[in-house]
Design a protein around this ligand. Structure first.
Ligand SMILES: NC(=O)c1ccc[n+]([C@@H]2O[C@H](COP(=O)([O-])OP(=O)(O)OC[C@H]3O[C@@H](n4cnc5c(N)ncnc54)[C@H](OP(=O)(O)O)[C@@H]3O)[C@@H](O)[C@H]2O)c1
Length: 366
C-alpha cells in the first residue's frame, strides 16, 4: 500500500537513496529543502538512482527555523504524511557546540514536535555509536539516566557532530515519550557506496578515507588489529529504514544497520588498497598518540584527517540479534562487502574528482 511521506535531508547521500526507494515503491514524498529551486536536479538524480521523480515534491524549509519555516500550505501537505523520515543533519567535523546544537539537536526536536503534533510516526536516523554503551559510559553518558549528562563536557571530548547526535537522540526520545508519540530509530554504521553502482557523495567520511589511501597519506593503521570501522551499504540501509518505518511492531524501538563481518581496519585498508593499486600501510599507530600528533599545528591539514573521525574506529562488537530477526522478517541480507567496497572505490576514482577540479559526467552524480 502506498502512503505519503515527509523526508528531511532528502538531498543528502542517504536521503537520495531513501527517496529512490520510497518513490520506486509508489510513495508520494514531500522533501524539506533549504533550496527548493534545486528540486529538478534532485528529481533527475533520484531517477538515476532508480526512483520515480514524479512522486517527489519540494517543501521549502530549514530545521534550524521555528516550525521548520514551513508555510501554512506546506504544513497542510506535510500533515497528510504517514511517516516523517528525519535524516537532515550538519554532518561535518569541526562544528562548534552552538552550530551543532542549532541543527542537530534543536532541529531534530522541531521535527519531532511536528511529527508528534500530527500523530505521524517519526523515523529518525541516529548512528551506531549510540549502541556502544561502553563508549557512552566512558565519555560521561549514563544510558539509563541521560538527563544527568554534562553535555558541554561530552562535546569537548567527542566534538560537535558526535556530541550533538548523541544529545539529540536522548532529547528526541524523551520528547516523544512525554508526548505519547510513536518513533523508530535506525542506527547506521559508517555508510559506504551502493553495492552495485558504488554511488556515494562527496563529503562522506569513507570518501575522505579512500582518497587519503590513494594519495599515500596513510602511513600507519590507526589502532590495533582489534580496531575496526563498522560499515553498511547504502542500499541495505535504506531498505532497513523503509521496512521498519512501516512496521507497526517497530513502534518505539531501535535497530542497528551494521555489517558485523566488516573486516578489521587493516583488512579493510588492504582491500581498498588492492583496488586502488597502492600499498596498504602495515604498521599500527595507537589512536591516542595519533590524536596527540594531530594537535601539532598543520599536521591535521597535511594528512587531511580530523581527530573527531578517529572515535568511530573502535574495538566494540555489537549485539546483532535484533537486526538479524528483522532481516529474517523482511527477507533482507547485506550485499557482498568486498564487492561493495570495490565498487565504491571505482566510483570515487572514476566520478568524484578532487573537489577543486570540475566535476566530470557521471551516471549518478550529486
Ligand atoms: N553517512 C554516514 O556514514 C552516517 C553514519 C551514521 C549516521 N548518519 C546519519 O544519517 C543521516 C544522513 O546522513 P548523510 O550521510 O546522508 O548526510 P549528508 O549527505 O551530509 O546530508 C545531510 C542532509 O541534511 C540537510 N540539512 C543540513 N542542514 C539542514 C537544515 N538546517 N535544514 C534542513 N536540512 C538540512 C542537507 O541539505 P542541503 O542539501 O540543503 O545541504 C542534506 O540533505 C544524518 O542524520 C547522519 O548523522 C550518517
Amino acid at each position: 500500500m502506498s502512503v505519503e511521506c515527509f523526508v528531511t535531508g532528502g538531498s543528502g547521500f542517504v536521503g537520495q537513496h531513501l527517496l529512490a526507494r520510497l518513490t520506486a515503491t509508489g510513495h508520494k514524498t514531500w522533501v524539506l529543502m533549504r533550496n527548493p529551486e534545486n528540486i529538478e536536479r534532485l528529481r533527475e538524480q533520484v531517477g538515476r538512482l532508480g526512483g520515480n521523480p514524479a512522486y517527489i515534491h519540494a517543501v521549502e524549509g530549514d530545521i534550524s527555523r521555528e516550525g521548520l519555516g514551513l508555510s501554512e500550505a506546506d504544513q497542510q501537505c506535510v500533515s497528510s504524511a504517514a511517516v516523517v523520515f528525519h535524516l537532515a543533519a550538519q554532518f561535518t567535523w569541526g562544528l562548534t557546540i552552538e552550530q551543532a546544537r542549532a541543527v542537530n539537536v534543536q532541529g531534530a526536536l522541531r521535527v519531532a514536535r511536528l511529527a508528534a503534533s500530527q500523530r505521524i510516526r517519526l523515523l529518525m536516523v541516529g548512528g551506531y555509536m549510540l549502541q556502544n554503551l561502553t563508549h557512552l559510559e566512558r565519555i560521561g553518558i549514563d544510558n539509563e539516566h541521560p538527563e544527568n549528562t554534562n553535555w558541554p563536557a561530552v562535546y569537548a571530548r567527542v566534538g560537535g557532530y558526535e556530541g550533538s547526535k548523541l544529545e539529540s537522540h536522548f532529547a528526541v526520545i524523551r520528547y516523544m515519550q512525554d508526548a505519547g508519540a510513536d518513533y523508530t530509530i535506525v542506527h547506521p554504521a559508517t555508510v559506504c557506496g551502493h553495492s552495485e553502482s558504488g554511488h556515494i557523495l562527496e563529503g562522506q567520511p569513507l570518501v575522505g578515507l579512500i582518497r587519503n589511501l590513494a594519495l599515500g597519506r596513510f602511513k600507519a593503521v590507526p589502532g590495533s588489529a582489534r580496531h575496526w570501522l563498522p560499515l553498511v551499504s547504502v542500499d541495505y540501509l535504506v531498505t532497513m529504514i523503509t521496512c521498519v518505518a512501516f512496521d507497526p511492531s517497530m513502534a518505539n524501538r531501535q535497530v542497528l544497520a551494521l555489517y558485523e563481518h566488516t573486516p578489521n581496519l587493516q583488512g579493510m585498508l588492504e582491500q581498498l588498497a588492492q583496488t586502488l593499486e597502492v600499498k596498504p600501510p602495515r604498521r599500527h599507530i595507537a589512536i591516542g598518540l595519533l590524536k596527540w600528533l594531530l594537535t601539532i599545528p598543520g599536521l591535521a591539514a597535511r594528512f587531511a584527517i580530523s581527530a573527531e573521525s578517529l572515535n568511530f574506529i573502535q574495538t566494540q562488537r555489537f549485539d546483532m540479534s535484533n537486526s538479524k530477526k528483522l532481516e529474517q522478517k523482511y527477507q533482507l541480507a547485506h550485499p557482498d562487502m568486498s564487492r561493495t567496497l570495490e565498487n565504491t572505490v571505482r566510483y570515487i576514482m572514476g566520478y568524484l574528482p578532487d573537489r577543486h577540479a570540475h566535476s566530470s559526467e557521471h551516471p549518478v552524480g550529486r
